[in-house]
Design a protein around this ligand. Sequence first.
Ligand code: ZN
Length: 87
Amino acid sequence: MVEAAHRVVLEQQAVEKIESGDLPVPGSGVTRAGAGSGLACNLCAQEIEKSKIEYEVEWCKGEAVRLLRFHLDCFQAWISNRPEPDR
Ligand SMILES: [Zn+2]
């Protein structure tokens, strides 16, 4: 299935970006969904078209707040790397 393979690639990219510090570990920060801004996605670097849904995540990095933008697929790939909750 092409779709599943694409998802695996996105998840792998997300893992690499989390490890390199380009993306935060998922699970914290304010998340909003809205209309696409036409700006680049923070995971796949493709433009998020205005007709698409965009997920925005506020990332507090030290004293700065960065606004991350994701496609729906990219957001799901990133959030799937959330650490398991403590039991
Ligand atoms: Zn994307």
